[in-house]
Design a protein around this ligand. Structure first.
Ligand code: SF4
Ligand code: ZN
Length: 284
């Protein structure tokens, strides 16, 4: 297979290495333009875990000249997060990118691995991470995350199959609660890029040398959806893109259910009078 543009050795969809990188970066530019994700004057926080997706977003936004600050969270996952954080620190230093690291230990009194958690660590981790991001991105115009097309297609199908239709309006290239002031807009520049493409890009750019997964990662239902979509994609090419396109077409017609309140203890957006973080803090 040769590159359709220069006849060098092709590595993906008839693109050589150089032209694949251009193709990938053009897709990110297209998503930014099509969904109006970012303005050149924006102060952009990038949520960076050190994994392939967030490192790729940081790489591209920095390359495109956006005013980026990397925001990393040290949850306190021993033997894992320290390694990915070292990767982020090294990368930011090398590329002259501002980096801010916040920790569960400082914010909530204990690292995740020392918290008293009954059930899934991920659900507690997710609530606390969101809380830190809400709190520390208030001075930014936008928070960019590394969600890619596969993540989004999985989330859409999972919520459909669980009949969580009221959660669907919160998905999309610009996500989160938009009706609340003081809540930083969240954007997904990799919205049009598949998981495979992000993996290849991060490998070619060598941005993710420590690519091991979190030991707590709970796949369960999401993993089954992921495998199902990957299997379908083999015989029905573009199935993930079709899911995204269907969703974008009908998103406006699906109404968000329930009103968003403000937590009476911490002031963050919540569907209840006291948010999950404030409830969890009492149990850990
Ligand atoms: Fe946190 Fe779970 Fe993600 Fe690990 S896999 S970082 S515990 S949410
Ligand atoms: Zn709260």
């Amino acid at each position: 297979m040769k590159c359709k543009l220069c006849k060098n050795k092709g590595i993906y969809k008839n693109f050589c290495e150089r032209h694949f990188i251009e193709y990938f970066e053009d897709k990110v530019k297209l998503a930014i333009k099509r969904f109006k994700l970012l303005k050149k004057s924006d102060k952009v926080a990038v949520a960076v875990s050190g994994g392939k997706d967030s490192m790729s977003v940081l790489t591209i936004l920095n390359k495109l000249g956006y005013n980026v600050t990397a925001i990393s969270i040290d949850e306190g996952i021993f033997g894992y997060r320290d390694k990915t954080l070292d990767n982020v620190k090294l990368f930011c230093k090398k590329n002259n990118i501002k980096l801010k690291v916040y920790s569960f230990k400082k914010e909530f009194g204990k690292p995740l691995d020392k918290m008293n958690i009954i059930g899934s660590k991920c659900s507690v981790c997710g609530v606390f991470r969101r809380d830190i991001l809400n709190k520390y991105t208030k001075g930014y115009d936008v928070l960019a995350t590394g969600h890619n097309m596969d993540d989004e297609a999985q989330a859409i199908i999972m919520n459909l199959l669980k009949n969580n239709l009221d959660i669907l309006p919160r998905l999309g290239p610009i996500s989160g609660v938009k009706t609340i002031k003081n809540f930083t807009k969240r954007v997904k520049p990799l919205y049009l890029c598949t998981e495979k493409e992000v993996s290849l890009y991060s490998k070619l750019k060598k941005v993710n040398p420590y690519s091991c997964c979190c030991p707590n990662k709970q796949y369960s239902f999401r993993l089954r959806i992921l495998r199902l979509l990957d299997k379908l994609e083999l015989t029905q090419p573009n199935i993930k893109l079709n899911i995204i396109n269907w969703f974008l077409k009908y998103k406006k017609k699906i109404k968000e259910k329930g009103t968003i309140k403000i937590c009476k203890l911490c002031g963050n957006p919540s569907s209840k009078t006291v948010c999950n973080k404030c409830i969890l803090i009492k149990t850990i």
